[in-house]
Design a protein around this ligand. Structure first.
Ligand SMILES: Nc1ncnc2c1ncn2[C@@H]1O[C@H](COP(=O)(O)OP(=O)(O)OP(=O)(O)O)[C@@H](O)[C@H]1O
Ligand SMILES: [Mg+2]
Ligand SMILES: [Zn+2]
Length: 157
């Protein structure tokens, strides 16, 4: 008997489905989005089979349409993520996250003497010098961080 093609997450009426998240990164994606939060219902699928990626995570957010600006930082940890906007059970918009020229707030600087690591209320800012593999430069102290270092500097998880 053939296995029926199933939705990996139950259908939602309105909201956002973030598909093609790198396997095991869904929790970090939620943190970047400030979720979970009390009134928004979220469903996760982790390590599910994907023909394109081998395995992937999916996040389904009910009742909230994410604007592309709020999701682009997801590209730091899930560069292939797809954003699907759902209205009345139908996909009305589909887009890819993209890494912009500047990363704000979600990373710490690896230089302990950087002003962003003191008591000063300064939000971190990094210029993206190279995307793959990633190379970032701190706007304040000019510290260069490579991909491996970036992985260790997330403020969440
Ligand atoms: N109403 C819905 N509620 C919840 N999830 C949905 C809904 N409609 C689609 N999805 C999910 O959104 C994602 C994209 O759906 P789509 O039908 O575009 O699949 P696809 O053709 O494989 O797209 P892609 O080419 O982006 O992989 C899938 O993970 C699908 O399960
Ligand atoms: Mg697909
Ligand atoms: Zn710095």
């Amino acid at each position: 008997m053939k296995t029926p093609r199933e939705l990996k997450v139950k259908p939602i009426k309105n909201g956002t489905v973030i598909d093609h998240i790198s396997a095991n990164k869904a929790l970090r994606v939620l943190k970047i989005l400030g979720l979970p939060s009390p009134k928004i219902s979220v469903t996760l699928a982790m390590n599910v089979q994907s023909s394109q990626m081998g395995s992937k995570d999916i996040v389904k957010i009910e009742g909230r349409e994410l604007a592309s600006r709020e999701v682009d930082e997801i590209a730091l940890i899930a560069p292939h993520a797809t954003i699907n906007i759902i209205r009345n059970y139908e996909i009305v918009g589909k887009g890819k996250v993209k890494l912009l020229g500047e990363i704000k707030s979600i990373l710490s600087c690896s230089n302990p003497n950087c002003i962003t690591n003191t008591d000063e209320p300064v939000t971190t800012r990094f210029a993206v010098l190279q995307k793959e593999p990633m190379v970032l430069r701190c706007h304040y102290c000019e510290r260069i961080m490579d991909q491996a270092e970036v992985e260790t500097q997330f403020r969440v998880f």
